[in-house]
Design a protein around this ligand. Structure first.
Ligand code: PLP
Length: 394
């Protein structure tokens, strides 16, 4: 008789990597996500977080989180739909809709839940979703959960997207979904071209800007604002788990779309709302970004320094133009070895292997913080050069 758990007993992929001493996951960080962290007793430079603006340990944000906890308690113990809406949730929604310049916004408990809720409730049985092959897993899971048909186009290949749109039934509703900044390789979607084909074929357009909010565009308003295409994009999704240093996600769109989502998105209705400290942190982060725009400038200054350092050494950084800098390595095992050497030499990074990237395009994902000092960047670059040469990557 077949046992459901056979797949667990026979799952050896991770164990093989563990046996080789190359297992990069679940390492215990013992400090805040600052430029220098302690990991399992050892100090390291943190180049694997999404703390782009370096706000996770910021005094104002911590104060806001503490005050919210003191006032409202540690959790909301219920859905936004029922008992879990605080004034603070709505205050943040107003701030977010103003920030990205859309009429309304709705917050979810994570960015993952935002994509699941938005896509699965908007794309129904008679709709088609067109998604870039590099779109984040939460987008693809949202598409899989929806009753709509999913069609994927080659990464940033707008000709292929157009062919798919042209072939599709004009009577079906169409939704194109793309990352704004692609999360693994740090390149941008070709938004000007996508908006044109979307218009031509009557498709609606959703941009997940998890890695663009707080980073791209004027005052960190995101990739859509950076391209000046806010009116051409129907739905903007973002997360609080990167630049905003918290946990949660949001969608911004026209009022009737938000109203529909409020009453149909199961990932909103059937889960507890974001805890007060999470919400207060984001409100405080948004105020700080406005008050201290130099943080975004520092992020870009550090990004430029690191990227040009890597490129001078001969690393392949793909098409990245953002604070996500991939060092493309090739084979999975080489990426794991590179990660291990960097780790042992005091640099925390994240290796990315298939299926998160195509086979033989494994990479070391480096992400930049506004709060890196020059000495962190120099130490890191020297270590990358030493390790890259030792392993024959450069
Ligand atoms: C593009 C993109 N969308 C959504 C998410 C999910 O965000 P969250 O961490 O808030 O669930 C991520 C997180 O990695 C992401 O990179």
């Amino acid at each position: 008789m077949k046992d459901l758990f056979d797949k667990c007993k026979n799952y050896n992929e991770a164990k093989k990597i563990q046996k080789l001493g190359l297992y990069p996951y679940f390492h215990k960080v013992q400090t805040g996500q600052d430029p220098v962290v302690k990991v399992e007793g050892k100090e390291m430079i943190m180049m694997g977080s999404n703390n782009y603006l370096g706000l996770t340990s910021n005094r104002d944000l911590k104060k806001a989180a503490n005050e919210a906890t003191n006032k409202y308690g540690v959790g909301c113990v219920g859905s936004r739909f029922l008992n879990g809406t605080l004034e603070m949730h709505e205050e943040l929604e107003k701030k977010l809709s103003d920030f990205v310049n859309k009429p309304d916004a709705l917050i979810f408990t994570t960015g993952m839940l935002t994509n699941l809720g938005v896509i699965s409730s908007l794309a129904g049985r008679n709709d088609i979703i067109f998604a870039d092959k590099y779109d984040h897993a939460s987008i693809i899971d949202g598409c899989t959960m929806s009753l709509g048909k999913l069609k994927r186009f080659k990464h940033n290949d707008i000709d292929e997207l157009e062919k798919l749109l042209k072939k599709s039934d004009p009577e079906k509703g169409k939704l194109i979904v793309t990352d704004g900044v692609f999360s693994m390789e740090g390149d941008l979607c070709n938004l000007p071209a996508i908006t044109k084909v979307a218009k031509k074929y009557g498709a609606r357009l959703m941009v997940d800007d998890a890695h663009g909010i707080g980073v791209m565009g004027e005052a960190g308003k995101g990739t859509v604002e950076y391209f000046g295409l806010t009116d051409e994009v129907d739905i903007i999704v973002g997360t609080f788990s990167k630049s905003f240093a918290s946990t949660g996600g949001f969608v911004a769109a026209d009022k009737n779309i938000i109203h529909y989502l409020k009453h149909n998105a199961r990932a909103l209705i059937f889960t507890a709302s974001p805890a007060p400290a999470m919400v207060a942190t984001v409100i405080s982060a948004m105020e700080l970004i406005k008050k201290e725009p130099e943080r975004i400038k520092s992020l870009w200054k550090n990004t430029k320094k690191l990227r040009s350092g890597f490129e001078k050494m001969g690393f392949d950084t793909g098409e990245s133009v953002t604070p996500i800098i991939p060092l493309i390595i090739g084979e999975d095992i080489l990426a794991f070895k590179m990660w291990r050497e960097l780790f042992d030499n005091g640099i925390f990074t994240t290796p990315v292997v298939s299926p998160a990237v195509p086979e033989n395009r494994s990479l070391i994902r480096v992400s930049v913080m506004a709060t890196f000092e020059d000495e962190h960047i120099e130490t890191a670059l020297n270590t990358f050069e030493k390790v890259g040469k030792e392993l024959g990557v450069i």
